[in-house]
Design a protein around this ligand. Structure first.
Ligand code: ADP
Length: 631
């Protein structure tokens, strides 16, 4: 039985119990810092997969960017000393100047290179992640798409696909290069600290304390920010919903005529105000702490500068030491900011990792999976089948026992919401039943290879696909492993009656559909779309035909024609129709009346009419309406 439990939310997965005692500290560090590094490693692997060259380039640049400032400080110091010495007499200034300009030149080359690599990395990485997400989406269970939680993750993953991994990687590389600089400068300053005496050590300790506090503040607020975003994720999705709604092509008619624009804009604004109030307060509070800490650091640096100035004799040394101090302060600042960015990013990136690691549950139950036989009649049996949509509390199908005999036609009848479409989703293994079993040719449907199983079905759903591709492709998609020869495509169109409108098109079967991409694209009417989708079913030579209200948008004449065609063409294929118009049921081998997820009646038209039960009532009501000209 599938276990569609709600998946754990990200922040629950990320929740790390605080350490209980000192012995527990390693566990805590492993879970927090280790978790961060494992996500970072994931991103590095992602970039490696996307382009090794980019990763190598970024690493080399980080290294260079770390060493360059130290070299720069020495070159400047050297130049300064030479300039001072030149006041006293002839000194060669050309060589230090060449070094200085060489350094400036090399630095700007590095900046350009880093800009170039970053832009390329952005494009390559986004593309790589998008393709990964698309491939993942291909394998996911339909059930996952029913869960709001899953949708949230999917949206997040899609959003994060863009810049977040790159930002994290950049921050990590900056962090590495700043660490390299900082270590270099600490070595330089080490020499000075001994000259300054005890005070210097005191300052050093203060400096570390201040940095630690500012790191703690950063981490605290980043985590709070992340939590807030998660907490308000419904708000953010609603904001997206309203802004998409206003530019949605299908909605624009109704929104205009019912004058809903201002209402939706108003709702958008009020949600934003609520959402922003929290963000604002977080920003203010974090900024307050940051400013306070910066003031303390500045005061401390002032004193230290004064001490350096009074302790060193050479202007060059002064420049090296104050430069080093400044650089360490700024390097530490960037390291802390970088770590906070990585930390925050790793929380967000978890959405993507989690989505990419989502497991498929609709897999064959046995290994090796069975392969269904093709081009034979198939029998489908439902034994005590019950079903409940994931995350809901109500069975929409209850103890259904039903046999669809090989080569027979079954019509499913019932009011809206009776469970007809759901039954079809189970027969085709888009979902697994939550109770009972479905057999295909005597074997559990779950034992078959899923892709091979899907190939058995030619199916048109009520909400069939409308593809912004050519007319030809829209028919060919019925079976893409079959060569789309003109003969086969035109034949399928003729059978569904779609040929009538296609023949009138200037570009015929090559006409692009919809106006998403092509200004001259055709926007077919619903009826025309429906005929195209039926052509798709005719095009596929699948063994089992399933039509879920395929003719709802067609007039009764066209509908009858299509049913007649199906009757002639289906040969010995097992066929299931869901239809509101009961005239189509009269010739079926078996009619199944579903009511509230249960089978109320089964039998042929004649049997059920004689029984004068539910079907009789439904049929008579509809026939009366037909006679009165209401339909
Ligand atoms: P029918 O095809 O007979 O009109 P359906 O099979 O579409 O009925 O729906 C049966 C019941 O299942 C309805 O109550 C519907 O609200 C519910 N339902 C359908 N799809 C979903 C879903 N994805 N998640 C939750 N409930 C659903």
């Amino acid at each position: 039985m599938p276990s569609y439990g709600p998946p754990p939310r990200n922040d629950e997965r990320l929740k790390v119990a605080p350490p209980k005692n000192l012995k527990d500290l390693p566990r805590y560090l492993k879970e927090t810092v280790g978790g961060m590094f494992s996500r970072l490693f994931y991103i590095v692997r992602l970039v490696w997969e996307a382009s090794r060259l980019i990763l190598i380039g970024m690493s080399l640049l980080a290294l260079a960017e770390g060493v360059m400032p130290i070299i720069g400080t020495f070159i400047t110091a050297h130049l300064l000393s030479r300039v001072v010495a030149s006041f006293a007499g002839e000194v060669d200034l050309i060589t230090p100047l060449i070094f200085q300009f060489g350094f400036i030149f090399a630095n700007s080359i590095l900046t350009s290179l880093s800009g170039m690599i970053n832009r390329m990395a952005g494009e390559i990485l986004t593309n790589h992640v998008r393709v990964k997400i698309m491939k993942k989406a291909k394998t996911l269970d339909l059930a996952s798409f029913d869960m709001p939680d899953f949708y949230e993750r999917l949206e997040n993953a899609n959003r994060e696909a863009g810049m977040r991994p790159l930002n994290i990687l950049n921050a990590s590389f900056t962090l590495v290069s700043r660490l390299i600089s900082a270590v270099g400068y600490v070595v330089v300053l080490g020499a000075l600290l001994t000259k300054l005496g005890t005070f210097a050590y005191l300052f050093f300790i203060l400096f570390v304390l201040l940095s630690g506090t500012s790191a703690a503040v950063s981490f605290y607020y980043r985590r709070k920010g992340f939590r807030y975003m998660r907490w308000r994720s419904k708000d953010r999705r609603q904001l997206n919903y309203y802004s998409d709604l206003m530019v949605n092509k299908d909605m624009v008619k109704e929104i205009r005529l019912f004058d809903l624009s201002d209402l939706f804009i108003g709702r958008y604004k009020s949600i934003f105000t609520r959402y922003f109030a929290g963000v604002k307060s977080l920003i203010y509070r974090e900024s307050f702490w940051n400013i306070t800490l910066t003031l303390c650091t500045a005061a401390m640096n002032g004193v230290l500068f004064y001490m350096i100035a009074t302790h060193v004799k050479l202007i060059g040394d002064y420049s090296v030491y104050t430069g080093a101090l400044n650089a360490i302060a700024s390097a530490l600042g960037s390291v802390l900011a970088g770590m906070a960015t990585i930390y925050e990013g790793s929380l967000f990136i978890d959405n993507m990792i989690y989505f990419l690691e989502e497991k498929q549950t609709l897999l064959p139950n046995v290994a090796p999976a069975l392969l269904p036989e093709h081009h034979i009649g198939h029998t489908i049996e439902l034994k005590d089948v019950s079903f409940r949509y994931p995350g809901t509390k109500r069975d929409v199908l209850k103890h259904v026992d039903l046999t669809l005999n090989a080569g027979s036609t079954t019509v499913l009848v019932g009011l809206n919401g009776a469970g007809k479409t759901t039954l079809i989703k189970l027969i085709t293994r888009l979902y697994d039943p939550t109770g009972g079993v479905i057999l295909l040719d005597g074997k559990d449907i779950r034992n078959y290879d899923v892709a091979a199983l899907y190939k058995l079905y030619g199916i048109i759903f009520q909400d069939f696909g409308k593809y912004a591709e050519s007319v030809r492709d829209n028919i060919w998609f019925g079976q893409i492993d079959k060569e789309p020869t003109d003969g086969a495509i035109v034949d399928a169109a003729r059978r569904s009656g779609a040929d009538v409108f296609i023949d009138k098109l200037e570009q015929g079967y090559d006409t692009p559909l919809m106006r998403y991409f092509e200004p001259e694209g055709l926007e077919p009417s619903i009826g025309q779309w429906q005929k195209l989708s039926i052509a798709r079913a005719f095009y596929s030579d699948s063994d089992i035909l399933i039509l879920d209200e395929p003719t709802a948008s067609l007039d009764p004449m066209a509908e009858q024609e299509i049913y007649d065609q199906f009757d002639r063409l289906r040969k010995d294929k097992t066929t299931v129709f869901v239809s509101h118009r009961l005239s189509s049921a009269t010739t079926a081998d078996n009619i199944v009346v579903l009511e509230g997820g249960e089978i109320a009646e089964t039998g042929t038209h004649a049997e059920l009419m004689e029984k004068q039960g539910k079907y009789f009532t439904l049929f008579s009501t509809q026939a009366k309406r037909y006679r009165n000209g209401e339909e």
